[in-house]
Design a protein around this ligand. Structure first.
Ligand SMILES: Nc1ncnc2c1ncn2[C@@H]1O[C@H](COP(=O)(O)OP(=O)(O)OP(=O)(O)O)[C@@H](O)[C@H]1O
Length: 542
């Protein structure tokens, strides 16, 4: 019996001038969690799509499933009959339908035209099936009404169940579940639920391929790691044989030095001394962003001040209200009360609409960029210049060449890859699409930038680019509200962190005390006295 569940040999794939994969070989062992890592655009999703039969590889590629040669390219749907299952970032669920309807989707396909569904007994079976994976979700709940973590758990349990049925049906002893960045929209504390599920799945006999940019998560869940770089295999290793630093170097090479864009020196919370002098902020009453008594959703009277040029992080547990603040201030979510004052002009937040927010100089980069921030079929250039398109119109005529030139310049600064602003954004890798979103909003020169999980799914080098361009914009006086469940990130980018709990602003952590541990302590209410001291103007300036 072979020990490998899946083998790939010499897989290449080219899109136009882009060599997405060049002779990549890799194996997935039985019953292991293999992490597939690499920079945005290095070819991870393309490799997965070859295995799924979505893309035809170039001639010469070979694939073995459970030791048996499979002829490539795969036909549509053939991967399911080989015991291969996939959960992509968008989860592939029909969101207006119930959990049960989603679970039954495949049944209808397999049962031909005459299918009578006994809803009550199916619901009972679905509940039992979900529970067998430790997932306690009501089968009659509509997917859209479930929190993101439960949506992810349902999608993964559904895929695992398909594999289990495949093994029972065929007597196969192995199968492979591919999870393409499943943690990307989940807060850190909820990733654990997912890991419990992955462990259950591996114990039930499947192998898991786990694609992620989250190194601590990979360290926790993976047995081995395969790293791709520029479409080629960089290395494969047992997790126990490589340090995080070695993995980072395999992913980005010596470019890691670029990461310390904010000069705080504590990129990984390792306490390295700060390298940049603290900045002095204008805290006079009329300057910057003042929010008082903000209400809406879980937010119950939040006060916040962000000086011009200051980056203030908001950290809180799920349900604390922190993650709603950017959307309420921007009018993307209805506020019920509170006032926002920007450089002396005050507006009631309950009347805020995205259009009025943009008019005031606010910009929002939301967590779910595919839903909220991007037109996938439209070119990189047009997406990037969408908000300033008038700048390129002369007497009603759009100066396309000028627009493209400006987009090219922005793509250069943000290191968007490939450097082709004529391509539809939908063909870019996830992280490169996020750089386009950032570029689009920075183009309007906002006075306040509201960010929610802006670097999820973004690789380590691209993160550095995003930190750098945001930093550059703060030098012109832009205030930033940065909401993230990645406390390493907050520790890297923030001048001050405000802990939100129960819908109000609580303890503040000044620059000199910001570490990921201090933020965690603050968020879990176990903060030390030092980290809860409100900084004085002098302290912040020091
Ligand atoms: N359908 C397509 N048409 C044109 N180019 C594509 C297409 N799909 C992928 N590419 C290009 O192939 C390269 C590899 O992309 P891929 O999506 O596999 O990267 P990735 O490693 O999954 O990145 P990320 O971590 O950002 O998701 C990128 O340069 C991307 O722009």
């Amino acid at each position: 019996m072979t020990t490998t569940a899946l083998e790939l040999h010499s897989v290449s794939k080219t899109f136009g001038a882009t060599k997405a994969l060049q002779g990549v070989s890799m194996t997935v062992e039985r019953g292991e969690v293999l992490a597939l890592l690499g920079e945005n655009g290095c070819g991870k999703s393309t490799l997965v799509k070859v295995v799924a039969g979505v893309y035809d590889p170039e001639p010469g590629a070979r694939m073995l499933v459970d030791g048996r040669e499979v002829s490539l390219p795969l036909e549509a749907g053939a991967s399911r009959d080989l015991g291969l299952s996939f959960v992509h970032q968008d989860l592939g669920l029909a969101r207006p339908l119930t959990v049960l309807e989603n679970l039954l989707g495949g049944v209808a396909e397999r049962s031909g035209s005459r299918l009578r569904i006994q809803w009550r007994s199916e619901a009972r079976k679905a509940r039992a099936m979900l529970r067998s994976y430790g997932v306690d979700v009501d089968p009659l709940a509509v997917i859209n009404h479930l929190p993101p973590v439960e949506q992810a758990l349902v999608a993964i349990a559904r895929a695992a169940e398909e594999l289990k049925q495949y093994r029972e049906r065929t007597g196969a002893t192995s199968s492979v579940l591919v999870l393409d960045e499943p943690t990307v929209f989940l807060p850190e504390e909820e990733v654990q639920f997912l890991f419990d599920l992955i462990r259950t799945i591996v114990a039930s006999g499947a192998s898991v391929v786990f694609i992620s940019h989250d190194l601590p998560a990979v360290r926790e869940i993976a047995d081995r790691v395969t790293v791709l770089r520029d479409g080629k295999l960089a290395a494969t290793a047992r997790m126990s044989d490589v340090t995080d630093a070695e993995i980072v170097e395999l992913i980005v090479g010596p470019a890691i030095a670029k990461l310390d864009a904010f000069g705080h020196g504590n990129v990984h919370g390792d306490g390295r001394p700060a390298t940049a002098p603290p900045r002095v902020f204008d805290r006079s009453p009329g300057a910057g962003l003042h929010v008082t008594g903000l209400r809406g959703g879980q937010v119950r009277g939040l006060d916040l001040h962000v000086a011009p040029g200051e980056v203030v992080g908001l950290a809180g547990l799920l349900g604390s209200g922190a993650e709603e603040v950017p959307y309420l201030l921007f009018g993307a979510k209805q506020a019920t009360g509170g006032e926002l004052t920007l450089d002396g002009t005050t507006v009631p937040v309950a009347r805020q609409q995205p259009a009025t927010a943009v008019g005031m100089g606010l910009a929002l980069i939301p967590a779910d960029r595919r839903r909220d921030a991007i037109a996938p079929a439209v070119s990189v250039a047009e997406n990037m210049m969408l908000l300033v398109v008038r700048r390129f119109a002369v007497r009603g005529w759009l100066r396309n060449r000028r627009l493209r030139g400006a987009a090219d310049a922005r793509a250069e600064t943000l290191d968007v890859r490939p450097r082709r602003t004529d391509l539809p954004v939908g063909t870019l890798s996830g992280g490169n699409a996020q750089k386009v979103v950032v570029g689009k909003w920075l183009e309007i020169g906002p006075r306040v930038l509201l960010l929610h999980e802006p670097t999820q799914g973004v690789d380590i080098a691209a993160r550095a680019e995003i930190y750098r361009v945001v930093r550059r914009a703060t030098e012109d006086g832009m205030s930033v509200v940065w909401v993230s469940s990645d406390f390493d990130e907050l520790a890297t980018v923030c001048d001050r962190v405000v802990v939100v709990s129960g819908g109000v602003a609580g303890a503040e952590i000044p620059l000199r005390d910001i570490t990921p541990e201090a933020i965690t302590a603050g968020v879990y209410g176990a903060s030390t006295s030092e980290s809860t001291i409100l900084p004085t103007v002098e302290q912040v300036a020091r």
